[in-house]
Design a protein around this ligand. Structure first.
Ligand SMILES: [Zn+2]
Length: 450
């Protein structure tokens, strides 16, 4: 599979609408010397040039090639996207659009800063339509795009909603939110806070985060990186909170907020939630007073899971049994059932081999239960769904995964066993941002190279 960049000029035709309206598109093939390189199935990044808006240029979509280059004449459907009359037949390729992100492209200016991608041919020769990338650059670009689009799309659609009750005033006054670290929030670009009763009155962007031990007040070295305004807000927040309801633990994660949008209609859900939930951005700004939480199944079962976990823990903490026994009881009551349920909602099959039968899937902790703290034990990111073979290998440190998802296999595993157990070092898995952190730990502490 080859990777290409095809460029379009928004002055000549409406690149954005064309990509948003159509699943199948046609792109001209002007670099004749590349015609014989085109293969069906090749990947194409669609690049929208600056046009009138300087600095706006970059990749706005990813597509796949459906046809070899052929002579094409604009029909009515495609003509409406053109700002000029194109009557002549031209050589073109059909593509299927896989992902579109016209509002937040992977920008030329950012690619210029990238240690490898600044070598992209389109950054050197600006006016071609078709660029063929060499293999390494293509793969790096694909990775960079995946990261970009994941971040951009997850942040656009969901808003993290945090119950703040009586603390909402201090949060909104200083535009600072602090909570004990770690916590199982998924980081979200947009956040809102719920008053008592569940109403929300504003949306905030999270512009920066840092972790600080607050036992002795503000640690100046932790905040000196910020503007004077932000520093002052942090100081006042910590001062006021210390005098008010205080900090119940030592290490806190701070989110620096920036006012984004007020919600004068104060939307809320009919049901009240005691934990954080996610809403769809569109729902919150729709003007409707009653809004449902995001239908995202993962969120719901994660909520159940956390509530359930807290309940079991508190029951067992007060039970008249030995400390060591407590751990076992907690583990057996929570370890599999609800943790697995949550993981199944996410993954549905063995990460490595694709076994799908739930009866044969084991929900493993990446960082083992025995050395995890309570937060880590219930953190879904610390979970991995594996079949019994792969679970055993992972658990005993015969295999682990690198940050990019590549499988590493211990030298202790001979070729026969590897074949029998269906393991190859060429296997690759997708790890979420959260899983990567735990996986680093597994690689360092559990994986046994030789
Ligand atoms: Zn497996």
């Amino acid at each position: 599979m080859k990777i290409w960049i095809f460029q379009g000029n928004p002055i000549r035709f409406d690149v954005d609408s064309y990509l948003l309206d159509n699943k199948e598109i046609t792109w001209s093939m002007r670099q004749k010397y590349l015609v014989s390189d085109v293969q069906i199935g090749d990947e194409v990044f669609i690049w929208r040039s600056d046009g009138d808006e300087k600095g706006s240029g970059g990749i706005v979509a990813r597509a796949k090639i459906l046809s070899l280059p052929q002579v094409y004449v604009n029909d009515e459907d495609s003509s409406k996207y053109w700002y000029e009359d194109v009557k002549e037949p031209y050589l073109a390729i059909e593509l299927v659009v896989l992902e579109v992100e016209v509002e937040n492209p992977l920008k030329r200016l950012d690619l210029l800063q990238h240690e490898l991608l600044h070598d992209l041919p389109i950054l050197k020769i600006k006016n071609n339509t078709n660029y063929l990338l060499d293999e390494q650059l293509g793969e790096v670009l694909l990775e960079e795009w995946n990261r970009h689009i994941q971040l951009s799309q997850s942040n656009k659609s969901t808003v993290l909603s945090i119950p703040a009750a009586s603390t909402i005033d201090i949060i909104e006054r200083y535009e600072i939110h602090a909570f004990p670290n770690p916590r199982s929030y998924n980081f979200s670009n947009l956040v809102t806070f719920r008053k008592k009763g569940g109403a929300m009155r504003a949306l905030y962007k999270v512009v920066d985060t840092f972790i600080m031990d607050v036992r002795k007040g503000v640690v100046e070295s932790k905040i000196e990186q910020f503007s004077n305004d932000v520093q002052n807000r942090i100081r006042k927040y910590v001062y006021e909170r210390s005098n008010d309801f205080g900090f119940e633990r030592s290490e806190y994660q701070f989110w620096i907020l920036q006012f984004e949008k007020s919600l004068p209609h104060e939307p809320r859900s009919i049901q009240t939630y005691s934990s954080h939930v996610y809403y769809m951005y569109e729902d919150l700004v729709s003007g409707e007073k009653n809004v449902g939480i995001s239908s995202n199944q993962i969120t719901n079962s994660e909520e159940d899971h956390i509530v359930n976990f807290d309940k079991v823990i508190s029951e067992i903490e007060i039970a008249p049994i030995q400390e060591t026994e407590k751990k076992q009881v907690i583990k057996s009551r929570i370890g599999q059932s609800s943790f697995k349920k949550v993981l199944l909602a996410r993954e549905k099959k063995c990460k490595l081999c694709g076994v799908v039968d739930e009866a044969f899937l084991i929900a493993s902790h990446i960082k083992p239960w025995s050395v995890s703290n309570n937060e880590e034990r219930l953190d879904v990111n610390n979970g991995l769904l594996l079949c019994p073979n792969h679970d055993a290998l992972f658990d005993k440190g015969f295999i682990s995964f690198l940050e990019n998802g590549e499988t590493v296999v211990s030298d202790r595993l001979d070729m026969n066993t590897m074949q029998f157990m269906n393991v190859q070092s060429t296997m690759k898995v997708n790890l979420s941002e959260g899983q990567r952190e735990y996986m680093k730990w597994h690689y360092v502490h559990i994986f046994n190279e030789s």
